[in-house]
Ligand binder design. Structure first.
Ligand SMILES: [Zn+2]
Length: 433
């Protein structure tokens, strides 16, 4: 079906003309009454153009029924539309497009909402019957029409919203269900009746009748394995555990079930996977601000690890634009092992240094203006720490510059692990900047 527009007023070229537009989507058509110009014209003329409450009610009923119907048909996504008096949107199955256009037309022009009511009735599903208490087999083609897997997923969603637990299983041509109300959900509804107005507990007192169907073995692990089980006991221990992970993320449960943390944590622990489109010869790559963008993006990705771990405001690499030369030769050393970037050293050259004997709380020495490579940051993936990787990176920086390792300069403040590394490499003292 192609997009089309029906005009409701005499002159279709007039910007104030109300129109109904049909927009095809993959799973449904959006039938939309456009009153935008009409509302503008009315309000500038001092007239009200609000939708009557009866109209809004009828539309909301259609929307609710249509959303359920499209999910029941297998549509996996969500819906969004604007509210208010300018746009009225109905997402409907293609079979109901013409009826929806007509229902919106007579509702808008004649204030006749019977078409919308009839549409809502046709789209409505017997969800209450499906979720009635008791063991039942719902048969495809008799009780429902979508595929059993899709239907069961839909029912689970509806059950969850009602606080029900659905012991359900799809077979080739049917769906077995036994909706029950967990005691905690009943208690919640009894404690906060104002949040669950109109709620009636049909499930708690339900007694299975003698001629209830018997569910044969239809697969699944949870089949009756909790029958006659004893409830789990609870105690309170309140362990004093941290809610911050070493990688820098929070350990508290978050909206995505911890997926983002898990991805980040894996990169922090094992390193950042080397993109397949990079030809990487040897195992150490020196990336400058003039390197191809794929390399600079990789540095940027790696630089996120120390940024999160140490809660820095800024990332130690920001060169993501066109290749450009920097006066101070900004560069990054990336060390690869096992297919991952496991070590990262950010550096640039500078000529403002002071010597430090590495003794805690001792003063820095006289200023020195020799050009030296300066370590901005060293990071090693967690699984590779305490194996000499950091020392190897600092040595590479010194070799690359053509100076002994004691000549490199360390940016202050130096972290605990940075100081340990510095003591190991130059026990007699270091340059700081
Ligand atoms: Zn973590």
């Amino acid at each position: 079906m192609s997009e089309r527009t029906v005009h409701l007023d005499a002159d279709p070229r007039d910007w104030r003309c109300r129109k109904i537009r049909v927009r095809p989507h993959r799973w449904y058509a959006a039938v939309e009454l456009d009153r935008d110009g009409y509302v503008d014209a009315a309000s500038s003329g001092g007239r009200a153009a609000d939708l009557p409450a009866l109209f809004t009610d009828a539309v909301e009923k259609v929307q609710a029924a249509a959303v359920d119907r499209l999910w029941y048909d297998g549509y996996p996504g969500d819906f969004s539309w604007s509210s208010g008096s300018r746009w009225v949107t109905l997402p409907v199955p293609y079979t109901e497009v013409d009826a929806s256009v007509e229902a919106l037309r007579v509702a808008e022009l004649d204030h006749d909402y019977s078409g919308l009511a009839a549409l809502a009735d046709r789209l409505a599903l017997p969800v209450d019957d499906w979720l009635a208490p008791g063991e039942r087999e719902l048969v495809r083609g008799v009780d429902f029409h979508s595929s059993p897997g899709v239907f069961l997923r839909f029912l689970r969603g509806k059950a969850r919203r009602s606080g029900l637990r659905l012991n359900g299983r799809a077979t080739a041509g049917s769906v077995w269900v036994r909706p029950t109300l967990p005691p905690a959900q009943r208690q919640l509804r009894e404690m906060f009746p104002e949040q669950y107005s109109g709620w009636v507990d049909r499930w708690s007192g339900h007694v299975e009748s003698d001629d209830a169907p018997y569910r044969p073995w239809v697969g699944g692990r949870d089949q009756n394995l909790s029958h006659r089980a004893a409830p789990v006991r609870f105690r309170t221990l309140q362990p004093s555990v941290s809610s911050d992970c070493q990688c820098g993320k929070s350990l508290k449960e978050d909206w995505d079930g911890g997926r983002e943390h898990a991805d980040h944590h894996a990169r922090w622990a094992f390193g950042v996977r080397v993109p397949k489109n990079l030809d990487w010869l040897g195992d150490l790559a020196v990336v400058t601000t003039q390197s191809p963008i794929a390399w600079r993006r990789l540095v940027y990705k790696v630089a996120k690890m120390p940024q999160r771990e140490n809660h820095y405001d800024f990332r130690s690499w920001s060169h993501l634009g066109e290749p450009e030369k920097t006066e101070d030769n900004v560069r990054a050393y990336l060390l690869k092992a096992n297919g991952y970037v496991i070590g990262y050293l950010a550096a640039h050259d500078t000529d403002h240094h002071r010597p430090w004997d590495l003794v805690d709380e001792s003063q820095f020495g006289e200023a020195d203006d020799t050009l030296r490579p300066r370590i901005d940051l060293v990071w090693v993936a967690d699984a590779y720490r305490r194996q000499g990787v950091g020392a190897m990176l600092v040595q590479a920086l010194a070799d690359d510059f053509g100076a002994p390792v004691a000549d490199v300069s360390w940016s202050t403040p130096i972290s605990r692990s940075g100081q340990q590394l510095a003591r190991k490499l130059s026990p007699d003292g270091i340059w700081v900047s």
